[in-house]
Design a binder for this molecule. Sequence first.
Ligand code: PAF
Length: 285
Amino acid sequence: MNVFKDIQSVRDQVASWKQAGLSIAFVPTMGNLHAGHLQLVAQAKQKADRVVVSIFVNPMQFNEVDDFSAYPRTFEGDVELLKEVSADALFAPSNDELYPTEQDLTTKVIVPGLSDVLEGEYRPGHFTGVATVVCKLFNIVQPDISCFGEKDFQQLMLIRRMVAELNSPVQIEAIATQREIDGLAMSSRNNRLDNQQREKAPQVFQVLTEIADLLKTGNKDYLALEQNATATLDSRGFKAEYVAIRRSSDLAMPSIEDRHLVVLVAARLGDIRLIDNISLSLNSD
Ligand code: PAF
């Protein structure tokens, strides 16, 4: 696996693969790779001839300086894992390579509406940082397809919207959330949970599953379901930021006729923020 640190060399590599008629899949990451990321690479390998992975801890998407500093950086181990799953290239630029202009002055990609709700409400500026870096990475790597995990459901929707509205010729593939045996969604932040927190953490998915079951039995009292779940999480030692039942196509508030729903949650355990979601389609009456 070739490791590229500068933009021109990864572009040259991709250009030579394309000249040889090969298709390119791209998996953007912030490193600290776990089985969820490796699954993205495995799926990408099935969808294209060559897979490029990027590792870049993007300062623009962190709204808390401490969260950015505490974000685990495990580059050497990540490289080994990527070799094991036979990724073809790794792009790991420095901050100066990707952002030669200082953050306040650089061009940004704003996806209105979607950027301001749920995650966007609790993490102002986060999605502008995500959209900007993903747009830049797409322009650099120029992949045919790019794989994103469903765990970051709102991020996936945002990228789909960005690609559609900027006419970017990249096909976005959604990959199912990878879970630990006890249901906890895999995340780089899980490494920071202490033993007690780690034991509690799967309750986030349990609460989501309970809501999904109630929705499937015909319960339409969305507000009560959200409030009860929030109270349940808070009583179990979490600090729930939101539990939200939304229409899965656009994250709008659902009407009682809507059949395709997603339940999203963000909750803190100590200073660690966990997010998860579950999608469901209800049978027509
Ligand atoms: O999901 C992530 O790891 C990041 O938000 C992404 C897509 C790599 C952009 O920095």
